[in-house]
Design a protein around this ligand. Structure first.
Ligand code: ADP
Ligand code: ZN
Length: 711
């Protein structure tokens, strides 16, 4: 495991494994097979990659996503890991080159499609060499229960069987239990260890809003998150086009994506999105499969999804890098009706209707939404998450008995023949021709609900449907009808609690009103993040790769917060591997130095700025005495700056200020009296060596003891 940790630092730039990663890697290194269930962004790839590097031989990664293989392999190579892929998108000569490299032991990780893996050539190739492990990515593809069944996957167990000594790890982000069990069965793994992570994605905020003025709400939402990447899922192709157009008309760059576009158009939209050229995509659910982009910062559902599985998968495309991301669902009565009508035309109607019920319950929830989601996936969760709209802004209930009675009475008088729209028109006393033609203006409840807006009425009726007070006859043009519970309410035997629509958590208003003024240091961090993001984009464009592959948002955030200005500090940043440091480190160091210096010039107080000011003067050739005069600081302070800079890896020549002899004397003194008190050392050396020299020598000794006495 020590070697695994070294690898993690060297090739990925991370300091520690996540708890389950560590266990799974340990088990693979030992040679055991396992199944890993982790949500998207949980860090599955690191598991088989690191284990394969530690073990002897070639790590074989089976993946159905040919479109992603190239990116994944490029990503590994950019971190200095010898990876290759074999799939049908390659020319024969490319494939032969890879095979030659494998035979000569140059390749550590091979990504391969199941079709290719199951060919004789590859079988004999693998028999010829040593295989470190098999990793079956997207392992749910093996199950006919899964949403993404690939028949080739079912043949993998035969192959695995013929490599008895090689450990197998099957990985998936699929949360449902039937699929999980099926993976183990189909792969025929003998007592695999099961590593099951929580499927919670705590970095995703969950928000639901009534679908009122959606465009304005979306514009507000986006304007609060300028430049951030996001996806808006719509139910229809037409809607994606319309919405993208409206956004563009409002000065927001957005494209649309749906299955009706040609393959080349689709791939263009996808590339523009991945490379941050177009930050926002309005899409049908066709969009997202096989997109690995880690810095999607938000997902909006313009319409209600048809089940929680889809919903969770779609919001899961946000925040894969673990950084905060927002999700917003618009909840709308018409969508429910439309979805029900789709269901009534398809197969498995009962199951589909039940699933839609659960989706609706989620949208209507008065308790923490994460609780509903996780319990849906059989993961017990009984806290309040604190990161959903219900937790942040608990809806207040009120006695809605009279409202319910008015609605029920209108439904009765309309002889349970009319759908929501007409019921509301009657309640509100509309003089629409349809209402008048049918003579509804003469019934007793006409106009009794004038004081409530049509929008609010819709909401109340929806709540009544959800609590079983009203039923929708989907087979009779969605007419509203009474239920067994209705009569109790009509005859005042039962009180009805309702929630006011305006009190549904509204993350847009919430943010606007509660926005606290940001602290100075937070402002600086955000400003620097933006500059680094631009730099990342420029470098990525020049390299022809996606910005998030160069450095993740998490890495940029760490950089913006810590503001490294020396190589040592830069290498300490989360996600800066050695290879990436060599390729990009100096660009980012320069960018940060420029930023910090500009701030200092502007007279801003910036953390660590005082050291940098000393460093700037040092570089101009000023002596410590001159710096001390210029900066009006004590000489010993300047020496302690120089010592600090030296420790942080700045290129400082200590011998300019203290001789080798003096350093040796101080070393001996430290052995006697420790390095805590300058004064003790000073006295021990008969007051012959100045405090300044002692201060600097201590840094020198500390650094050479740490064994990283290099710049
Ligand atoms: P998955 O394949 O499970 O969706 P990834 O392997 O793509 O997840 O990892 C998600 C993100 O988390 C990536 O940006 C990855 O670099 C990062 N990551 C993985 N392991 C660690 C770790 N131990 N420490 C910090 N970041 C990590
Ligand atoms: Zn919550």
């Amino acid at each position: 495991m020590n070697r695994a940790k070294e690898i993690l630092k060297k090739y990925y730039g991370y300091d520690s494994f996540r708890p389950l990663q560590e266990k799974a890697i340990e088990s693979l290194i030992k040679g055991d097979s396992s199944v890993v269930l982790m949500p998207t962004g949980g860090g599955k790839s690191v598991i088989f990659q690191v284990a394969a590097i530690v073990r002897e031989g070639l790590g074989v990664v089976i993946s159905p996503l040919i479109a992603l293989m190239k990116d994944q392999v490029e990503g590994l190579k950019s971190n200095g890991i010898a990876a290759e892929f074999i799939n049908s998108s390659q020319t024969a000569s490319d494939q032969n080159r890879v095979i030659q490299d494998i035979l000569s032991g140059k390749v550590k990780l091979l990504y391969i499609s199941p079709e290719k893996l199951l060919t004789r050539d590859i079988y004999y190739l693998l028999k010829d060499i040593k295989v470190a492990l098999f990793a079956i990515d997207e392992a749910h593809c093996i199950s006919a229960w899964g949403h993404d069944f690939r028949p080739e996957y079912t043949k993998l167990s035969g192959l695995i069987d013929s490599f008895k000594e090689v450990p197998v790890v099957a990985l998936t982000a699929t949360a449902d239990r039937i699929t999980r069990d099926d993976i183990v069965k189909q792969l025929n793994l003998k007592n695999p260890e099961m590593f099951i992570d929580s499927f919670d994605r705590p970095n995703l905020s969950l928000n639901v809003m009534p679908a009122k003025n959606r465009l304005n709400a979306i514009l507000d939402f986006i304007n609060l998150r300028p430049g951030k990447s996001g996806i808006i899922y719509c139910l229809s192709r037409k809607q994606t086009e319309k919405l993208a157009e409206s956004l563009n008309n409002n000065g927001i760059v957005a494209s649309f994506y749906h299955a009706g576009l040609s393959a080349s158009e689709r791939s263009k939209v996808q590339t523009n999105f991945i490379t941050d050229r177009v930050p926002i995509i309005c899409a049908t659910i066709a969009f997202g499969m096989g997109i690995d982009k880690s810095n999607v910062r938000w997902v909006i559902h313009y319409n209600l999804p048809k089940n929680i599985e889809n919903y969770y998968q779609e919001i899961g495309r946000a925040g894969r890098d673990g950084m905060p991301a927002d999700t917003l669902l618009f909840y709308n009565f018409q969508d429910v009706i439309l979805l029900r009508s789709f269901i009534s035309e398809g197969a498995q109607q009962e199951i589909m209707n039940n699933k839609l019920d659960r989706m609706q319950q989620y949208a209507d929830s008065l308790v923490c939404r994460r609780r509903i989601l996780l319990n849906y996936f059989n993961e017990p969760y009984d806290k309040n998450c604190g990161n959903c709209d219900v937790c942040k802004n608990p809806p207040k209930q009120f006695d809605g008995t009279v409202i319910a009675q008015k609605a029920l009475s209108a439904i009765t008088r309309l002889r349970e023949q009319e759908a929501t729209g007409m019921v509301i028109d009657v309640l509100r006393g509309s003089h629409r021709s349809d209402v008048l033609n049918k003579g509804y203006n003469s019934i007793k409840t006409f106009g009794v609900g004038k004081d409530i807006s049509a929008f609010d009425w819709k909401h109340y009726i929806m709540q009544m449907v959800n609590t079983g007070l009203v039923d929708i006859a989907y087979d009779r043009d969605n007419a509203l009808q009474l239920t067994e519970l209705s009569t109790d309410v009509l005859y005042s035997r039962k009180k009805v609690m309702m929630v006011h629509p305006a009190e549904f958590g509204d993350i847009i208003a919430d943010r606007k009103e509660n926005a606290k003024p940001k602290s100075k240091s937070k402002q600086l961090t955000e400003e620097l993040f933006e500059e680094l993001r631009i730099l990342r984009r420029e470098l990525a464009v020049a390299k022809g790769i996606a910005p998030y592959m160069l450095f993740s948002d998490a890495t940029l955030t760490d950089m913006a917060a810590k503001r490294p200005v020396t190589p040592l500090e830069m290498k300490d940043i989360e996600g800066v591997s050695e290879a990436k440091y060599h390729t990009y480190g100096s660009y980012f160091l320069d960018g940060i130095c420029k930023f910090v210096n500009q701030k200092l010039k502007d007279g801003k107080n910036i953390k660590g700025g005082t050291y940098i000011e000393t460093w700037n003067l040092y570089q101009l050739g000023l002596s410590p005495e001159e710096i001390s005069k210029k900066r009006k600081l004590n000489l010993i302070t300047i020496y302690s700056h120089i010592a600090h800079l030296y420790e942080k890896g700045y290129n400082i020549d200590v011998y300019r200020y203290v001789s080798n002899d003096e350093i040796e004397k101080i070393r001996e003194a430290v052995n006697v009296c420790g390095d805590n008190k300058l004064k003790d050392i000073y006295i021990h050396l008969n007051e012959e060596v100045s405090y300044e020299k002692i201060r600097l020598s201590l840094s020198f000794l500390k650094k050479s003891n740490n064994g990283n006495n290099q710049n």
